[in-house]
Ligand binder design. Structure first.
Ligand code: HEM
Length: 256
């Protein structure tokens, strides 16, 4: 009974301590550290202002930092690319996310705004961020366009995150479309005109069936592309045979 009461009282003290953020007053440090740190963001997260980030340029501070989409990385080990006078020194001490896409490496065009970029560009940018996460150490976050002074995503940050999610989803949908309806091979010659044909590898999609060339129409559109259609998938899309081509032929000449 006494044992139960001790456990109950300790639990109450712990809850109270975590709630009041004054664990050290009530319970041993190691215990409070575990409970309190696990309920807060990691202590090592650094938040930098643009002015602070600017200093990490290899001169004012020995380290080289850059930011991409508000995540700050220590790129000192890549000094041959980023050091003063090097090819990509432009990216140092700032967030120039947009310039990873535009390829304009001058301060006049420096910008971290990317919400208006195309899906493909956003996916390229995502790959750059993943590159830095893999190759370099993350230092923290830049307070500005993407993160606020509490390290939380800003409304603009959320817009970009959601657009990137949409871009990724579109890429997945297109990949799936390509697997179901692989593109045809196409060739043109002056004598015979355009020929489309299917193989087990056409469209770069390796498969154990060949399929027949068909016009595959985009939903609600007059636009179509040539796709290799398997017997199994022939009911799925909006498809039309090529005029003058045998329905079972794996190769068709396009009449103009
Ligand atoms: C939008 C255009 C481009 C951007 C944003 C860009 C960016 C970068 C960055 C950030 C690095 C350093 C990567 C690291 O930390 O290891 C790099 C490396 C490099 N880039 Fe570019 N680059 C662009 C275009 C080009 C072009 C057009 C060429 C060639 C004509 C080129 C050639 C190189 C080479 C040779 C390296 C060094 C690779 C190595 O030694 O590991 N880049 N690029």
């Amino acid at each position: 009974m006494l044992k139960k009461a001790v456990i109950f009282t300790s639990l109450l003290a712990l809850l109270f301590a975590v709630w009041t953020d004054r664990a050290s007053d009530y319970i041993p440090t190691a215990v409070s550290k575990f409970f309190i740190q696990s309920s807060q963001s990691p202590a090592t997260e650094v938040l930098l202002t643009a002015q602070e980030l600017q200093l990490y340029n290899g001169k004012d501070r020995p380290q080289l930092y850059l930011s991409i989409l508000g995540e700050v990385f220590d790129v000192t080990k890549g000094a041959k690319h980023y050091g003063p006078g090097s090819q990509y020194n432009f990216f140092v001490g700032k967030d120039a996310s947009r310039n990873f896409i535009t390829g304009k490496f001058n301060d006049k065009d420096a910008s971290d705004l990317v919400a208006d970029l195309s899906h493909d560009d956003l996916l390229s940018l995502k790959k750059w961020k993943q590159f830095y996460r893999k190759e370099y150490t993350k230092v923290g976050k830049l307070i500005g366009t993407y993160y606020d002074e509490n390290g939380q995503l800003t409304p603009q940050g959320k817009v970009v995150k959601n657009r990137m999610k949409a871009a990724k989803q579109k890429e997945r949908d297109e990949d799936l479309q390509k697997r179901i309806f692989p593109p045809c091979n196409v060739e043109w010659s002056q004598e015979s005109g355009t020929r489309v044909w299917c193989t087990e590898l056409s469209g770069g999609i390796s498969r154990d069936w060949i399929g027949v060339p068909r016009q595959l129409y985009e939903a609600g559109s007059k636009l179509y592309r040539c796709a290799c259609i398997s017997d199994k998938n022939k009911e799925l899309g909006s498809i039309r045979e090529y005029d003058g081509c045998e329905p079972t032929s794996t190769s068709c000449f396009i009449k103009t």
